[in-house]
Design a protein. Structure first.
Length: 276
């Protein structure tokens, strides 16, 4: 098996939890290895988009010594040279726990500087209070949920784009499924997600789309790369006028990752779902 870049990261290894600020804990993973595997380079990306991370374990100390808790939202451009490895991200955020900052603005500026340096692209940071996030509430995905369709399934170990079928009729529609599951390529642990598709193009057969999503069930890839595969496979099948694929993943270690890829620039939203 080829050496995965994440195998050099803290992922899957025993790690000390540091509670004093340490930016060196962050670990970037080069995106180009997977881009080449999918058939493109940084200069020929077939999409635009971003990865939205939510952190539910963000905390630091005020000058008085009183702790602050908050929820962080981090937006990483999909064309950044690096993704941020999730365990290193968690360890880094934990290193703020016993560090003192004057106010939210100082924490936000620090996070933007450190995360942008690792991603090698500008990372946007929002820090929200628990009251603000509670007011946003739990939301649902738009469009048709295909999960209740009666399908026969036998493909689980690798994405199976040959399952996708479409009609010659041209439609615009939104579909979603909560049955997306894949495995971490380093630890083998399962990643659970919901996928949403909005497109205008050849009419996608809903049952074939569901069978295709289920085929990821034992596939090993990071969240970002699963969404890129889905985007590319649907693009080849549908020849769409426009296509947007996004996924909302269940959190692990206080972090969830929500990639979005699109043929056209869009304004991404960050709706928290029931499993998040």
């Amino acid at each position: 098996m080829a050496h995965h870049p994440a195998q050099d990261s803290p992922l899957g290894k025993s790690s000390a939890y540091v509670s004093q600020y340490d930016a060196s804990l962050l670990f970037g993973i080069d995106r180009t290895t997977k881009w080449h595997e999918l058939g493109f380079t940084a200069a020929t990306l077939p999409y635009v988009g971003e990865d939205i991370w939510n952190c539910y374990e963000l905390s630091w100390l005020l000058p008085s010594g009183k702790p602050v808790v908050a929820i962080g939202q981090f937006t990483v451009p999909a064309d950044s040279p690096n993704i941020i490895e999730s365990k290193s991200f968690k360890l880094y955020l934990n290193s703020l726990n016993q560090s003192v900052y004057a106010d939210v603005a100082q924490v936000q500026a620090l996070l933007e500087t450190d995360l942008s340096a690792v991603a090698q692209a500008p990372v946007q940071v929002q820090i929200k209070t628990l009251a603000e996030v509670s007011a946003e509430g739990v939301q649902t995905l738009t469009g048709v949920c295909v999960d209740e369709l009666d399908i026969q399934v036998s493909e689980y170990h690798a994405p199976a784009p040959q399952l996708l079928q479409c009609d010659t009729a041209q439609v615009e529609e939104q579909l979603h499924s909560h049955l997306l599951r894949s495995n971490c390529p380093v630890t083998g642990q399962p990643d659970w997600g919901s996928v949403h598709v909005h497109y205008r193009g050849a009419a996608l057969d809903h049952a074939s789309f569901l069978s295709y999503i289920v085929s990821f069930r034992e596939h090993e890839d990071f969240h970002e790369q699963c969404v890129e595969r889905i985007f590319l496979d649907l693009q080849r099948c549908l020849n769409p006028e426009f296509l947007t694929v996004s996924a909302r993943y269940v959190r692990r270690g206080g972090l969830d990752i929500n990639p979005c890829r699109s043929t056209h620039p869009i304004t991404s939203t960050n709706p928290r779902l029931a499993r998040q």
